[in-house]
Design a protein around this ligand. Structure first.
Ligand SMILES: Nc1ncnc2c1ncn2[C@@H]1O[C@H](COP(=O)(O)OP(=O)(O)O)[C@@H](O)[C@H]1O
Ligand SMILES: [Mg+2]
Length: 321
């Protein structure tokens, strides 16, 4: 005679604690928790569980109910006060470094004025497909699916793309079919424009990472970006100083044409965590231009981003898992 406990034990190795079984009068009722699984995985798991339960002597009918706690997908905004500080470079490489740590990450390139993720991630010219009006992110070689304003706006038309259009493009990308991604990294346009407004009103990020160069001017701009988040209660996870010092391509020695430690001092002054610095390095520019994100490799640049990703991961774990 089969019991619910026996059925449960049979299903345990298949469903790793996701199945709860009841057994009554020949009928097995199985509740399957598919939270966080991609649709294809869910159906495969259901088929396996169903087959296993059906093969048990005494079971004449099997019913499987999939349930899912809609786990919130967290948005992390990567922002800067002005353009050209390496925000996109940092966003792409942080996303990849987080994926290497086992996080399921998607990347949204919301920079309407200078979408650069398709190039950084080697998927230039590939347009995203849509299913039932829902966009499907473009897979990349680096374990991070991506959607870009670059795939939505024809080249050279960004200026015509104001207000509501930019905002609705952001919404389309955030609400795309990201599968089991638990995190979306948002590469924002510089400053505090329409995209930021829609983001804050509709897709409030869990936190923001601010990228700045060591120059004072960039820091003043960065302060404005920081204000935008703090005013609406989005925690600033921390500041990253990019192009921090110059790493000599020959000897590796780092010099500091713009002074040293400016962003770190600014972070301390504003009572914000300092996440770390990325040196100005020829190898980073070259790899980025070639669509080979430095975080993907095994070199010292990958290590730089791995350290930043570890800090971000620590923050994520401390703030909701
Ligand atoms: N740490 C760095 N070392 C060398 N070049 C960098 C570094 N960070 C960014 N760059 C280069 O600077 C340029 C601007 O970077 P990008 O990420 O596009 O900036 P933003 O998104 O802030 O406009 C790009 O050519 C990029 O390859
Ligand atoms: Mg950019």
């Amino acid at each position: 005679m089969t019991t619910a406990a026996e059925l449960q034990a049979l299903l345990a190795p298949l469903a790793a604690g996701r199945a709860t079984a009841r057994f009554d009068n020949g009928r097995a009722d199985i509740v399957l928790d598919v939270t966080g699984l991609a649709p294809a995985t869910r159906d495969a798991l259901e088929a396996d569980v169903r087959a296993a339960a059906t093969s048990v002597p005494g079971v004449t009918e099997v019913r499987v109910l999939q349930t899912s706690e809609r786990r919130v997908r967290r948005l992390i905004a990567v922002a800067s006060g002005k353009g050209g500080v390496g925000k996109s470079t940092v966003a792409a490489n942080l996303a990849i470094a987080l994926a290497k740590r086992g996080r399921r990450v998607g990347l949204v390139d919301a920079d309407i004025y200078g979408p650069s993720q398709p190039k950084l991630l080697s998927v230039e010219g590939i347009r995203p497909e849509a299913r039932d009006k829902t966009m499907i992110p473009i897979p990349t070689r680096f374990g991070v699916p991506m959607l870009s304003m670059g795939g939505l706006v024809a080249e050279g038309q960004a200026v015509a793309w104001r207000g509501p259009m930019a905002g609705s493009a952001l919404t389309q990308m955030v609400d795309a079919d990201w599968g089991d991604a638990e995190l979306l990294i948002l590469d924002l346009p510089p400053g505090t424009g329409d995209v930021q407004l829609t983001m804050i009103q509709k897709h409030k990020p869990a936190g923001a990472v601010i990228v700045s160069t060591p120059q004072d001017l960039a820091l003043i701009d960065a302060t404005r970006a920081i204000d935008l988040f703090t005013k609406v209660g989005v925690p600033v996870i921390g500041l990253i100083e990019n192009m921090s010092g110059y790493a000599c391509p020959h000897c590796g020695e780092v010099s500091h044409p713009f002074g040293e430690g400016g962003a770190e001092r600014a972070a301390a002054r504003m009572d914000l965590p300092f996440l770390g610095r990325v040196p100005l390095e020829m190898a980073i520019r070259q790899a980025s231009d070639a669509g080979e994100p430095p975080a993907w490799g095994n070199g010292p640049e990958a290590e730089t981003f791995a350290v930043l990703a570890a800090k971000l991961d620590e923050w994520l774990a401390a703030n909701g898992g």
